[in-house]
Every structure is written in C-alpha cells, then in structure tokens.
Design a binder for this molecule. Structure first.
Ligand SMILES: O=C(O)CCC(=O)C(=O)O
Length: 288
C-alpha cells in the first residue's frame, strides 16, 4: 500500500471544505425532488465556491501531465479517450486518491445533503470521474446511461453529481439530457467518446422520437446537476477558446452490493458477490 494514497482518509484532510453548521438550507425543495422523479435530473445547485474550483483546477493542471506523482493510483486514466487527436476528451477515475481538494470535495455537505435526499438513504462513495475538454478541440461524450457501465453492482440505487469547474455553455459542450429517459429500460453500451449518436442504433422508433428533443444544461462555475443512473445524457464538442472541465462524483445508497467476483475498480480488492460496498475504497460519506 502506498503511503500517499488518500483513500486511507475517510474524512477531509485540508480546510477547503469546512463543515457546515446548518444543513437545512442545503436541502432540495419538494419541487426539485419532484422534478428529479419526473424528468430524471435536477440542476442548478451550487456545490463549490470559486475558491474551491480554483484549488481543484490547480490540482487538475498537474494531473493532466503524464508524469505526475501518484499516477499508479488511478482506476482509469485516459489522456484522450476519443483516440482522435483533433477531439480530445481527458477522462480519468480515482483522483480522490491523489490530491487533497479532489479528495476532500467528496465530503462536501452541499453535494451530500441533496444526494442523500435523492438516494433516499445514507450516501456511500462509488467512484469519481474527471471529464475535461480542452479549448478549441475538446471532444464529445457520446449519449449513454451511466448504469450500463455499473451492472457489476446492485441494486440500482446510484446517483451522478456533475460539477462544472468552468462555466459550461452550449458552445463549450455543456451536459445535455433526454428528459424522462430514466424511465426507459437499460440499454447496451454503445461507446463513450467516439460517435456521439451511436446510441441511436439501439433505440426504438418511439424512443428516437423523444430523442430528438434533448435539453441543454448550461451551468455557472461550481454548480451541479444530479442525474438518475438510467437518464440518457451526453455532451457535444468544445470549439471555444476556453476549457470545459468537470468533476463527477458517483455515489450509491448504502447497502448496494457487489455483483461480481472480480475487482469492481482496477486495483481494488474484489468484494464477493452479494456483499455490500465498503472498506477503504468505498467510504460512507453521509448518514441521513
Ligand atoms: O462531462 C460530460 O460531458 C459528461 C459527463 C458524464 O457522462 C457523466 O457525468 O456521467
């Protein structure tokens, strides 16, 4: 085990994400909860201050360099998941193990209080993700359902929190949703970073009709959108002069179990099928 593996710490290490005395103002309203139930997402929730975004961006600028300290700790690391040099999508899982702000942001009540409401229980960490599209030649994230990548865990009681580190706009490739698609069945994986429209091959005529009306989710810097594990989402390319960077925090309701005898994340010791997620790599983040 490596001494600088921050996954050993199950509480904040630094001061950037200080405790919040009163969590009541952080709670989603009944209208927001109803919006999530009906459409599969709720957005426009501030979870990071500009100072917190700056600290995470500083760490990120180090982590995109190929020879950074701690690089053996990643679960996945793709400098360009698209494999097309003219459309770059930096996508990496496991940053919480490498740098303090990216670790401590998991314990942020501004994210955890809404997550607990949406999951209807205690919140356990699943994994983090970084999605970064550089200026001028940032690639797409193809339409997909998150749970199609997570069927090795069950029951489906998962949640995604997407947090912009830059203002995200239609022009720089903000998140896009197909509202209501969380009611659809689980679809097969059709790729994450290549052909934006590949998912169309597996949709019915009825689904294709709904699919023609995606909703863009532009957000100010530090603001989040939460979505359901079956909601279809993606994002278009970034051809603007600035980057579009995001941290994604994926959580589960406490009690979600492994469904696989293999490692759930690269390098993590297996959790036997039927056993709940827990231990060093899956800390409990919030008790309702
Ligand atoms: O950052 C993006 O554009 C896509 C993020 C995404 O696919 C996710 O949060 O599951």
């Amino acid at each position: 085990m490596l001494a600088n593996d921050l996954s050993l710490a199950h509480r904040p290490i630094g001061e950037l994400f200080s405790r919040v005395a009163d969590v009541e103002p952080l709670r989603l309203t009944d209208d927001q909860l109803e919006h999530f139930r009906r459409w599969g997402y709720v957005s426009g929730i501030q979870v990071f201050t500009p100072e917190q975004c700056d600290a995470i961006c500083d760490e990120l600028s180090e982590l995109v360099q190929p020879d950074h300290a701690g690089r053996s700790l990643w679960y996945e690391y793709n400098s360009n998941e698209s494999e097309d040099p003219s459309h770059v999508l930096f996508h990496a899982l496991g940053a919480w193990r490498l740098r303090t702000a990216l670790h401590d942001c998991l314990f942020n009540p501004r994210m955890l209080v809404p997550a607990s409401q949406l999951l209807e229980g205690d919140v356990r960490f699943w994994h983090d993700q970084l999605f970064c599209k550089p200026a001028h030649h940032g690639g797409v994230v193809a339409w997909h359902q998150d749970y199609s990548y997570w069927t090795r865990t069950r029951p489906m009681a998962h949640l995604t929190c997407w947090i912009g580190l830059d203002e995200s706009t239609v022009d720089n490739g903000c998140l896009q949703y197909i509202p209501g698609s969380h009611q659809w069945d689980l679809l097969p994986i059709t790729g994450l970073a290549g052909d934006m429209e590949a998912i169309r091959q597996v949709l019915t005529e009825e689904q294709l009709a709904i699919f023609s009306a995606p909703v863009a989710i532009p957000l100010p810097r530090g603001y989040a959108s939460f979505h359901h594990p079956l909601l279809i989402h993606g994002s278009y390319a970034n051809h603007t002069a600035g980057p579009r960077r995001a941290v994604v925090i994926n959580t589960v309701r406490d009690g979600v179990c492994s469904e696989s005898a293999d490692s759930l994340l690269a390098g993590v010791p297996p959790i036997p099928p039927g056993q709940p997620l827990g231990g060093q790599f899956f800390p409990l983040l919030w008790t309702a």
